[in-house]
Design a protein around this ligand. Structure first.
Ligand SMILES: Cc1cc2nc3c(=O)[nH]c(=O)nc-3n(C[C@H](O)[C@H](O)[C@H](O)COP(=O)(O)OP(=O)(O)OC[C@H]3O[C@@H](n4cnc5c(N)ncnc54)[C@H](O)[C@@H]3O)c2cc1C
Length: 392
């Protein structure tokens, strides 16, 4: 048995770490249990685009010093179709709001450093196997560390253990909404300066491509690929050649460099309702997944953590249970807005092979052309892309 705590948090991803940090700022104790090593979670390459409100939260709660120094603020993005590239000025369309490039692993590093510096407890290589007593007053989380089964007792459990975690399974009678896309993303991280200052979303007849970055020296690139492809089928030469074909426009060239990370990710939209059961509350990917096209996954995870922290603070500071009771209802409007945006943005740029593919392609081009001709249509895209302050 390890020392009891107020909130047991399963998972040291963005959701679990932000939750633990926000609780600590209000004097509420938590213990984080993470199945992987510290080194592994600090190096795991995943998302990298922060919405304005995510940046504001990290800075205002004291974990944004390195972010302020090293992150890249983007005031626009590019989309490309029919061989032409168009820059969309996000800052003009959504005054005062931008997006920021800062790798998820950097957010994770900053949060782990802050938690440990403040005396926070994170058990790495501690894989949770089961949770008992969620309907009673003292749930118990069982985890395995160094081959030994350990029990952690808490007032509440936060399931921040991602899509493949164990916590979601403890929610009785869930309703699941799911859409699996008929293609995947092949992503690489390359040691080369970005070839464009801002993101490029390219719709091409051979499939979607995205040029993005993590630092001024690291470019992140993605290609739509068949879902059954394995990474062995994609040599570095083949990847660069395909990227050049899909991203090419006259007068611009894609710089290449050593590939330091590559992988294939399936594309899925998924929502699990409710996001709570007894004393368990799910946050982030454990409750919902979006295709990465809209760059919403990490932002949603941090948003859930913010809502859950406010609910725990109301409970511990003033005995008010209302926010805990309506946690799912408070999270879902933003989850569904992000679901819609991510699905729409995905359908706009990817090549579909369905029987009505030719029809869909015409719709994609029509919608992209319309956005370029309509400020209200572009503004609607932009305000979703930078992240809505309030969602009803
Ligand atoms: C492979 C992959 C690639 C991605 N790439 C992109 C991208 O390129 N762009 C983009 O916008 N978004 C991307 N995403 C989405 C984004 O990274 C996620 O939305 C984000 O990580 C969600 O944060 P989270 O804290 O909810 O979950 P996670 O970051 O997944 O954190 C969950 C943590 O729980 C731990 N855990 C799991 N099970 C247990 C257990 N039983 N016991 C203890 N700990 C456990 C895991 O090790 C992990 O550290 C990607 C996601 C994945 C999975």
């Amino acid at each position: 048995m390890s020392e009891p705590t107020q909130v047991a948090i399963v998972g040291a991803g963005p959701a679990g770490l932000v939750l633990s940090h926000l609780l600590h700022l209000q004097g509420i104790e938590s213990v984080i249990l993470e199945s992987r090593s510290r080194e592994y979670v600090e190096k795991r390459i995943r998302a990298g685009l922060l919405e304005q409100r995510t940046v504001d939260l990290l800075i205002s709660t004291g974990v944004g010093e390195r972010l302020k120094r090293e992150a890249m603020v983007h005031t626009g993005l590019n989309f490309q179709f029919e061989g032409e590239r168009h820059r969309i000025p996000l800052d003009e369309l959504t005054p005062g709001r931008n997006v920021t490039i800062y790798g998820q692993q950097e957010v994770v590093k900053d949060l782990i450093a802050a938690r440990l510096a403040a005396g926070g407890v994170i058990h790495f290589e501690a894989a949770v196997e089961s949770i008992q007593g969620l309907e009673g007053s003292r749930p118990v989380v069982r985890y395995r560390q160094n081959g030994t089964l350990v029990e952690l007792e808490a007032d509440y459990v936060a399931g921040c253990d991602g899509f493949h975690g164990v916590c979601r399974g403890a929610v009785a009678n869930p309703k699941v909404y799911e859409k699996v896309y008929p293609f995947a993303w092949l992503g690489i991280l390359a040691q080369v300066a970005p070839s464009c200052d801002e993101l490029i979303y390219a719709r091409h007849e051979r499939g979607f491509a995205l040029h993005t970055m993590r630092t001024p020296k690291l470019t992140r690139l993605y290609l739509q690929c068949p879902v059954e492809d394995s990474i062995e089928q994609w040599s570095d030469d083949r990847i660069w050649s395909e990227l050049r074909t899909r991203l090419n426009i006259p007068g611009w060239s894609l710089a290449d460099g050593p590939v330091v990370d590559k992988g294939i990710t399936e594309m899925r939209s998924f929502v699990h309702e409710p996001m709570q059961h007894g004393r368990l509350f799910l946050a982030g990917d454990s409750a919902h997944i979006v295709p990465p096209t809209g760059a919403k996954g990490m932002n949603l995870a941090i948003s859930d953590a913010r809502v859950l922290a406010a609910a725990f603070i109301a409970h511990y500071k003033s005995g008010n249970q209302q926010l805990l009771e309506r946690y799912t209802a408070d999270c879902l409007p933003r989850v569904w807005r992000a679901q819609h945006f991510s699905w729409w943005w995905t359908t706009l740029f990817h090549r579909f092979e369905d029987e009505d593919a030719a029809f869909q392609q015409q719709l994609q081009v029509s919608q992209l052309r319309y956005m370029l001709s309509s400020r209200p249509a572009l503004t609607s895209m932009a305000e979703n892309y930078v992240g809505l302050e309030r969602v009803v």
